[in-house]
Design a protein around this ligand. Structure first.
Ligand SMILES: [Zn+2]
Length: 154
């Protein structure tokens, strides 16, 4: 049984969605994107869940992707972690978290990313770096310039 993100609900042929694992919050998200599609999805047999998101949050915090994930994203990730099934998503942050913990994932439509990355804060003045724990830029403690969120260089 595949764990599906909202892009799959929106784009996959309806028969392919049967038996998929989805979060209740995704139905509300889908309704906003396409009412017709949401009505159609409601007619088929799927596993609707409202998973606790603690483990998903912890895994996303470790890679620095947490600020990039919505509450719905976290429930999708939690569905994958709690069931152990493959996550279908085009969201690079979700793919990144899966890769970091060795959880299987596949792309919905785009090519899956093969690169592991982490986020960091980097000073535009002195180039000092620190861990990115939130999505906000902050002031450099060394030189007072702005630190911006960047992909960590390997
Ligand atoms: Zn600096």
């Amino acid at each position: 049984m595949p764990v599906l993100d909202t892009a799959a609900l929106l784009h996959w042929p309806i028969q392919r969605l049967v038996g998929g694992i989805v979060a209740h919050s995704q139905l509300d998200e889908l309704k906003k994107l396409s009412t017709e599609r949401a009505l159609l999805v409601e007619t088929i047999e799927m596993s609707w869940m409202t998973p606790p998101i603690g483990d998903a949050e912890a895994a996303a915090a470790k890679t620095g992707d947490l600020p990039r994930l919505s509450p719905v994203d976290l429930e999708v990730l939690a569905n994958a972690l709690s069931t152990g099934h493959t996550l279908y998503t085009d969201d690079y942050s979700l793919q990144n978290v899966c890769r970091s913990i060795g959880h299987p994932f596949e792309a919905v439509s785009n090519k899956r990313s093969n690169q592991q990355w982490q986020w960091e804060l980097r000073c535009i003045g002195c180039r000092a770096t620190s861990e990115a724990n939130s999505n906000e830029d902050k002031e450099c403690e060394i030189c007072g310039s702005i630190m911006k969120i960047k992909r960590k260089r390997n």
